[in-house]
Design a binder for this molecule. Structure first.
Ligand SMILES: CC(C)(COP(=O)(O)OP(=O)(O)OC[C@H]1O[C@@H](n2cnc3c(N)ncnc32)[C@H](O)[C@@H]1OP(=O)(O)O)[C@@H](O)C(=O)NCCC(=O)NCCS
Length: 193
Protein backbone atom coordinates (compact mmCIF):
# COMPACT_ATOMS: atom_id res chain seq x y z
CA UNK A 1 0.00 0.00 0.00
CA UNK A 2 1.27 3.47 -0.82
CA UNK A 3 0.56 6.55 1.23
CA UNK A 4 -1.66 9.14 -0.45
CA UNK A 5 0.45 12.00 -1.72
CA UNK A 6 -0.51 15.45 -0.43
CA UNK A 7 -2.23 17.70 -2.97
CA UNK A 8 0.15 20.29 -4.35
CA UNK A 9 -1.35 23.73 -4.78
CA UNK A 10 -0.19 27.04 -6.14
CA UNK A 11 0.24 29.85 -3.61
CA UNK A 12 -2.68 32.27 -3.74
CA UNK A 13 -1.13 35.18 -5.54
CA UNK A 14 -2.47 38.61 -6.42
CA UNK A 15 -0.45 39.82 -9.39
CA UNK A 16 -0.10 43.30 -10.82
CA UNK A 17 1.06 44.61 -14.19
CA UNK A 18 1.44 48.14 -15.50
CA UNK A 19 -2.33 48.50 -16.09
CA UNK A 20 -3.92 45.44 -14.53
CA UNK A 21 -4.69 43.87 -11.16
CA UNK A 22 -5.13 40.08 -11.05
CA UNK A 23 -7.15 39.02 -8.01
CA UNK A 24 -9.53 36.32 -6.82
CA UNK A 25 -13.14 36.32 -8.04
CA UNK A 26 -15.81 37.84 -5.82
CA UNK A 27 -19.60 37.96 -5.80
CA UNK A 28 -19.35 41.42 -7.41
CA UNK A 29 -17.88 39.83 -10.59
CA UNK A 30 -20.87 37.58 -11.32
CA UNK A 31 -22.70 39.95 -13.70
CA UNK A 32 -19.52 40.80 -15.65
CA UNK A 33 -18.62 37.10 -15.92
CA UNK A 34 -22.14 36.32 -17.16
CA UNK A 35 -22.04 39.11 -19.76
CA UNK A 36 -18.48 38.29 -20.86
CA UNK A 37 -19.10 34.57 -21.28
CA UNK A 38 -22.45 34.91 -23.05
CA UNK A 39 -20.80 37.19 -25.66
CA UNK A 40 -21.07 35.38 -29.05
CA UNK A 41 -17.31 35.54 -29.69
CA UNK A 42 -16.54 33.96 -26.32
CA UNK A 43 -19.17 31.28 -26.93
CA UNK A 44 -17.76 30.64 -30.40
CA UNK A 45 -14.37 29.59 -29.03
CA UNK A 46 -15.15 28.46 -25.48
CA UNK A 47 -18.18 26.11 -25.22
CA UNK A 48 -19.16 27.12 -21.69
CA UNK A 49 -20.59 25.76 -19.46
CA UNK A 50 -20.33 22.65 -21.70
CA UNK A 51 -20.90 21.98 -25.39
CA UNK A 52 -24.50 22.57 -26.43
CA UNK A 53 -25.64 24.04 -23.08
CA UNK A 54 -26.57 27.71 -22.57
CA UNK A 55 -24.56 29.69 -20.01
CA UNK A 56 -26.67 31.05 -17.14
CA UNK A 57 -26.23 33.49 -14.27
CA UNK A 58 -26.18 30.47 -11.96
CA UNK A 59 -23.15 29.19 -13.92
CA UNK A 60 -21.44 32.56 -13.45
CA UNK A 61 -22.19 32.51 -9.72
CA UNK A 62 -20.85 28.96 -9.41
CA UNK A 63 -17.70 29.97 -11.31
CA UNK A 64 -16.95 32.99 -9.11
CA UNK A 65 -17.81 31.46 -5.74
CA UNK A 66 -17.08 27.72 -6.12
CA UNK A 67 -15.23 26.55 -9.23
CA UNK A 68 -12.56 29.25 -9.47
CA UNK A 69 -11.56 28.95 -5.77
CA UNK A 70 -11.70 25.14 -6.03
CA UNK A 71 -9.32 25.09 -8.97
CA UNK A 72 -6.54 26.28 -6.70
CA UNK A 73 -7.51 24.13 -3.71
CA UNK A 74 -7.66 20.99 -5.85
CA UNK A 75 -4.18 21.54 -7.29
CA UNK A 76 -5.50 22.03 -10.82
CA UNK A 77 -4.16 25.58 -11.06
CA UNK A 78 -5.36 29.08 -10.20
CA UNK A 79 -7.79 31.55 -11.76
CA UNK A 80 -7.81 35.33 -11.59
CA UNK A 81 -10.40 38.01 -12.19
CA UNK A 82 -8.49 40.69 -14.07
CA UNK A 83 -9.46 44.33 -13.65
CA UNK A 84 -8.05 47.59 -14.97
CA UNK A 85 -6.32 49.10 -11.95
CA UNK A 86 -7.08 52.72 -12.74
CA UNK A 87 -10.82 52.31 -13.37
CA UNK A 88 -11.63 48.98 -11.61
CA UNK A 89 -13.28 47.90 -14.89
CA UNK A 90 -13.62 44.12 -15.14
CA UNK A 91 -11.39 42.95 -18.03
CA UNK A 92 -11.65 39.17 -18.08
CA UNK A 93 -10.80 35.80 -16.65
CA UNK A 94 -7.33 34.28 -16.80
CA UNK A 95 -6.06 31.08 -15.28
CA UNK A 96 -3.66 28.21 -15.07
CA UNK A 97 -5.19 24.76 -15.35
CA UNK A 98 -4.44 21.07 -16.03
CA UNK A 99 -1.27 21.46 -13.97
CA UNK A 100 0.98 18.42 -14.08
CA UNK A 101 3.06 18.79 -10.97
CA UNK A 102 5.43 15.90 -11.66
CA UNK A 103 6.17 17.23 -15.14
CA UNK A 104 6.36 20.85 -13.89
CA UNK A 105 3.94 21.82 -16.62
CA UNK A 106 0.75 23.86 -16.63
CA UNK A 107 -1.63 25.43 -19.17
CA UNK A 108 -2.89 28.98 -19.49
CA UNK A 109 -6.43 29.88 -20.56
CA UNK A 110 -8.36 33.14 -20.78
CA UNK A 111 -11.15 35.28 -22.12
CA UNK A 112 -11.50 39.04 -22.27
CA UNK A 113 -14.89 40.79 -22.02
CA UNK A 114 -15.98 42.39 -25.32
CA UNK A 115 -15.72 45.92 -23.90
CA UNK A 116 -12.04 45.43 -23.02
CA UNK A 117 -10.74 43.79 -26.20
CA UNK A 118 -8.18 45.22 -28.59
CA UNK A 119 -6.22 47.14 -25.94
CA UNK A 120 -3.46 44.58 -25.35
CA UNK A 121 -4.90 43.43 -22.01
CA UNK A 122 -4.83 39.70 -22.84
CA UNK A 123 -1.18 39.90 -23.84
CA UNK A 124 -0.29 41.88 -20.71
CA UNK A 125 -1.98 39.36 -18.40
CA UNK A 126 -0.63 36.28 -20.23
CA UNK A 127 2.91 37.66 -19.99
CA UNK A 128 2.52 38.29 -16.24
CA UNK A 129 0.99 34.90 -15.40
CA UNK A 130 3.29 32.80 -17.56
CA UNK A 131 6.45 34.52 -16.28
CA UNK A 132 5.20 34.12 -12.69
CA UNK A 133 4.66 30.39 -13.27
CA UNK A 134 8.15 29.92 -14.71
CA UNK A 135 10.18 32.22 -12.51
CA UNK A 136 8.35 32.25 -9.15
CA UNK A 137 6.89 28.73 -9.14
CA UNK A 138 9.65 26.99 -11.09
CA UNK A 139 7.45 25.46 -13.80
CA UNK A 140 9.35 24.24 -16.84
CA UNK A 141 6.55 24.62 -19.35
CA UNK A 142 3.42 26.74 -19.78
CA UNK A 143 1.17 25.50 -22.56
CA UNK A 144 -1.30 27.65 -24.48
CA UNK A 145 -3.84 26.00 -26.76
CA UNK A 146 -6.08 27.99 -29.09
CA UNK A 147 -8.61 26.85 -31.66
CA UNK A 148 -6.77 26.83 -34.98
CA UNK A 149 -9.16 29.46 -36.39
CA UNK A 150 -8.98 31.76 -33.35
CA UNK A 151 -6.66 34.35 -34.87
CA UNK A 152 -6.91 36.82 -31.98
CA UNK A 153 -5.92 34.23 -29.38
CA UNK A 154 -3.08 32.91 -31.53
CA UNK A 155 -1.85 36.47 -31.87
CA UNK A 156 -1.90 36.79 -28.06
CA UNK A 157 0.28 33.65 -27.83
CA UNK A 158 2.77 35.03 -30.35
CA UNK A 159 2.91 38.51 -28.80
CA UNK A 160 3.47 36.91 -25.37
CA UNK A 161 6.57 35.10 -26.62
CA UNK A 162 5.16 31.58 -26.83
CA UNK A 163 6.59 29.22 -29.46
CA UNK A 164 4.27 27.40 -31.85
CA UNK A 165 4.64 23.61 -31.63
CA UNK A 166 2.00 22.17 -33.92
CA UNK A 167 -1.60 21.08 -34.17
CA UNK A 168 -3.67 18.69 -32.09
CA UNK A 169 -6.18 17.45 -34.63
CA UNK A 170 -9.90 17.49 -33.83
CA UNK A 171 -8.98 18.03 -30.19
CA UNK A 172 -11.64 20.31 -28.78
CA UNK A 173 -15.43 20.28 -28.81
CA UNK A 174 -17.20 23.56 -29.60
CA UNK A 175 -20.90 24.31 -29.22
CA UNK A 176 -21.14 23.25 -32.86
CA UNK A 177 -18.68 20.63 -34.07
CA UNK A 178 -15.07 20.33 -33.08
CA UNK A 179 -11.82 22.14 -33.83
CA UNK A 180 -8.13 21.50 -34.22
CA UNK A 181 -6.02 23.13 -31.51
CA UNK A 182 -2.87 25.15 -32.21
CA UNK A 183 -0.38 24.34 -29.45
CA UNK A 184 2.09 26.89 -28.09
CA UNK A 185 4.45 26.79 -25.15
CA UNK A 186 6.71 29.01 -23.11
CA UNK A 187 9.74 27.46 -21.41
CA UNK A 188 12.45 29.04 -19.23
CA UNK A 189 15.00 29.39 -22.04
CA UNK A 190 12.49 31.49 -24.02
CA UNK A 191 12.84 34.15 -21.33
CA UNK A 192 16.55 34.56 -22.03
CA UNK A 193 15.87 35.71 -25.58
C1 LIG B 1 -8.66 36.30 -27.73
C2 LIG B 1 -8.88 37.42 -26.75
C3 LIG B 1 -8.61 36.93 -25.33
C4 LIG B 1 -7.92 38.57 -27.06
O1 LIG B 1 -8.04 39.57 -26.07
P1 LIG B 1 -7.46 41.06 -26.30
O2 LIG B 1 -7.30 41.70 -24.96
O3 LIG B 1 -8.28 41.74 -27.32
O4 LIG B 1 -6.03 40.71 -26.92
P2 LIG B 1 -4.82 41.70 -27.25
O5 LIG B 1 -5.37 43.10 -27.41
O6 LIG B 1 -3.74 41.49 -26.26
O7 LIG B 1 -4.30 41.14 -28.64
C5 LIG B 1 -5.20 40.73 -29.65
C6 LIG B 1 -4.48 40.64 -30.98
O8 LIG B 1 -5.28 39.93 -31.90
C7 LIG B 1 -5.57 40.75 -33.01
N1 LIG B 1 -6.92 40.41 -33.44
C8 LIG B 1 -8.07 40.59 -32.77
N2 LIG B 1 -9.11 40.14 -33.48
C9 LIG B 1 -8.58 39.62 -34.60
C10 LIG B 1 -9.13 39.00 -35.75
N3 LIG B 1 -10.43 38.77 -35.85
N4 LIG B 1 -8.29 38.61 -36.73
C11 LIG B 1 -6.98 38.85 -36.63
N5 LIG B 1 -6.38 39.42 -35.57
C12 LIG B 1 -7.19 39.81 -34.58
C13 LIG B 1 -5.44 42.17 -32.50
O9 LIG B 1 -5.23 43.06 -33.56
C14 LIG B 1 -4.23 42.01 -31.60
O10 LIG B 1 -3.01 41.91 -32.32
P3 LIG B 1 -2.07 43.21 -32.58
O11 LIG B 1 -1.72 43.79 -31.24
O12 LIG B 1 -0.90 42.65 -33.31
O13 LIG B 1 -2.88 44.18 -33.40
C15 LIG B 1 -10.34 37.98 -26.84
O14 LIG B 1 -10.59 38.36 -28.17
C16 LIG B 1 -11.38 36.97 -26.38
O15 LIG B 1 -11.64 36.84 -25.20
N6 LIG B 1 -11.99 36.23 -27.33
C17 LIG B 1 -13.06 35.29 -27.03
C18 LIG B 1 -12.62 34.14 -26.10
C19 LIG B 1 -11.35 33.47 -26.58
O16 LIG B 1 -11.13 33.31 -27.76
N7 LIG B 1 -10.50 33.09 -25.62
C20 LIG B 1 -9.26 32.40 -25.92
C21 LIG B 1 -9.48 30.93 -26.05
S1 LIG B 1 -7.94 30.10 -26.43
Amino acid sequence: MTATEPVQTMPAAALATERLTLRTFTEGDIEDVYTGITDPDTQRWLPLPRPGAPYTRADAREWCLVLAPESRASGDGQHWAVVETETAMFVGSFGLTRTMWKAHSTEIGYWVAPWARGRGFATEAVIAISRWALTSLGFQRVELKAAAGNTASRRVAEKSGFGYEGTERNAMPLHRGRTDLAVYSLIPSDLER
